[in-house]
Design a protein around this ligand. Structure first.
Ligand SMILES: Nc1ncnc2c1ncn2[C@@H]1O[C@H](COP(=O)(O)OP(=O)(O)OP(=O)(O)O)[C@@H](O)[C@H]1O
Ligand SMILES: [Mg+2]
Length: 285
């Protein structure tokens, strides 16, 4: 990473807490049926903390991220976002968050610089100012020299860095990440995880990070929120009290191993249940 201190200076987005209270989400299924994706999820995501959501496929992780990001409205329950120093003054969902997905959705016809500056352009920021900011962010994710390239000219890992810069430039208090490194090869994934750790340590946003990987959840998170098979509920929250700054070396420590075992035992039963459910005739997944 070229300069996380630069990212830290550039990115002082508002600090926010997120309270999810009894959120239930029912999607329309096949032939008039209903799919209960979330069945009463409650959790308080604390300001400046990195929360990882771990759960079997189809348990509602992406649904929850979309609801918190204001992209979907929950069938029932509430999500409240507020500033720790102004409790009770809720801010609209989506206004404080930015999302990073597995498929980066960069515009292939725009350069990396134009992609990264896109949000500021939409917000009406003048060209010179948004370009300065985008150049600094591009450097901070290790892409200096690739500003004029187009997304198809970059590797998957480089595109994911650009997507991260495009999200970070918005300087929102909440970073919602839905399996952002899921499509990367194992080595690139480790590099990206370490870069994200540095960015987090420099910026201390409230991060909600969805993953299938136990290793990834423990390496990155201050807590691991383990979900049940669908209908998704919170099964247990594992606090990860490993010191920061962190690097991948942590993975081989006994403390990491203990947390891994605990998460693995919790998740194993749920994955088995989810697979059995998917194999049922008439399953809606
Ligand atoms: N827009 C939608 N319309 C109808 N059903 C949906 C919609 N989005 C999700 N679902 C259903 O809700 C359930 C939860 O889906 P979701 O994508 O949230 O799971 P997930 O935990 O993110 O899974 P994965 O780990 O595979 O990404 C699934 O059964 C899915 O088919
Ligand atoms: Mg998902």
């Amino acid at each position: 990473m070229a300069s996380c201190a630069v990212a830290g200076r550039l990115l002082r987005g508002a600090r926010v807490n997120i309270s999810v209270e009894n959120v239930r989400q029912v999607w329309p299924g096949r032939a008039g049926s209903e799919v209960v994706a979330l069945a009463g999820v409650s959790h308080h995501f604390r300001s400046g903390k990195f929360s990882c959501i771990l759960g079997p496929s189809g348990c509602g992780k992406s649904t929850l991220a979309q609801i918190v990001g204001g992209l979907e409205t929950a069938t029932s329950g509430t999500v409240t976002i507020d500033h720790p120093d102004r409790p009770g003054h809720a801010v609209p969902l989506g206004s404080q968050s930015v999302m990073v997905w597995q498929n980066q959705n960069l515009f292939p016809w725009r350069t990396i610089l134009e992609n990264v500056a896109f949000g500021l352009e939409m917000a009406g920021m003048p060209f010179a100012e948004r370009t300065d900011r985008a150049m600094a962010l591009i450097a901070s994710v290790g892409l200096r020299g690739f500003e004029k390239h187009f997304p198809p000219q970059l590797s998957g890992g480089m595109r994911q860095r650009a997507a991260l810069a495009r999200a970070l430039i918005m300087d929102r208090g909440v970073l919602l990440m839905d399996e952002p490194f899921g499509a990367l090869d194992a080595q690139t994934k480790i590099v990206m995880q370490e870069e994200l750790l540095k960015i987090f340590e420099a910026t201390r946003k409230t991060v909600i990070f969805v993953t299938h990987s136990i290793d990834e959840a423990i390496l990155l998170g201050d807590e691991v929120v383990v979900m049940t098979a669908r209908p998704g509920r919170i099964k247990e929250v594992i606090p990860v009290d490993l010191p920061r700054p962190r690097s991948f070396d942590l993975v081989s420590t006994p403390a990491f191993g203990k947390l891994f075992d605990r998460a693995f035992h919790l998740i194993r039963d749920e994955v088995t249940k989810a697979m059995a459910e998917m194999n049922q005739p008439g399953s809606t997944t």
